[in-house]
Design a protein around this ligand. Sequence first.
Ligand SMILES: [Zn+2]
Length: 252
Amino acid sequence: MKNLRTEGLVIRSGNYGEADKLLTILTPDAGKIPSIARGACKTKSKLAACVQLFIRGEFLFYMGKTLATVTQAEIKNSFYSLREDLFKYSYGQYFCELSGKLLEEKVPSPEIYWLLLSAFKALEEGEGDMEVLARSFELKLLSLSGYQPHLEGCLACGGEAPSYRLDYREGGLLCSRCTSSQGHSLKISLGVRSLLKKLITSDLSRLKILKIQPPHKKEIAFINKKFLEYNMNLGSCKSLAFLEGLAGEEDH
Ligand SMILES: [Zn+2]
């Protein structure tokens, strides 16, 4: 199969040489496709508008050995507002970076594709708290990758306890009897435990009704970061560092 026609989301778009764009396009059935759009930086190019970050389009690829060439494209949803607002742009870029780091090239992962698309839609609507959206996105991504934190009772003994610690290496809650002293566990409050469950199961489009207090948001952000770093070998995530900077400025 040399030609492939499919819908996709542009999750990376950078200039290459004088006139070309180097892209990563996430598709539902063919996974992440590294590709080039020749001449797309020229103002007259029909491809120019279709290969911007966050575009959802219908693409025709000519599949090369390492790099695919985008030969035709048509916009299905431009997600214009995500490129016009610094906060939406930054969160959108973080979601793209996270999905991109997680997925292998050309390995289909339709669930992650539809998750990312629904995150773009929620950002475009812009009605909820973007931090809450991001925490839910992270937890859903962890769950789809097989690393959903175990939150029902103690992971080791199965018992219910008045309080737990959350061990990111073991992947869930441990009671005080089962927590080892040199473990990799984090404090977790009761409220946060039930919020984590909500964030995993709620549809992204329904999160706008969920309000989370700043201290709880901080606790969840810390927990998610530990889980992501440990399980998904993320290395440095530039867009997350930038978002943390933005949140820090808001606090002052
Ligand atoms: Zn236990």
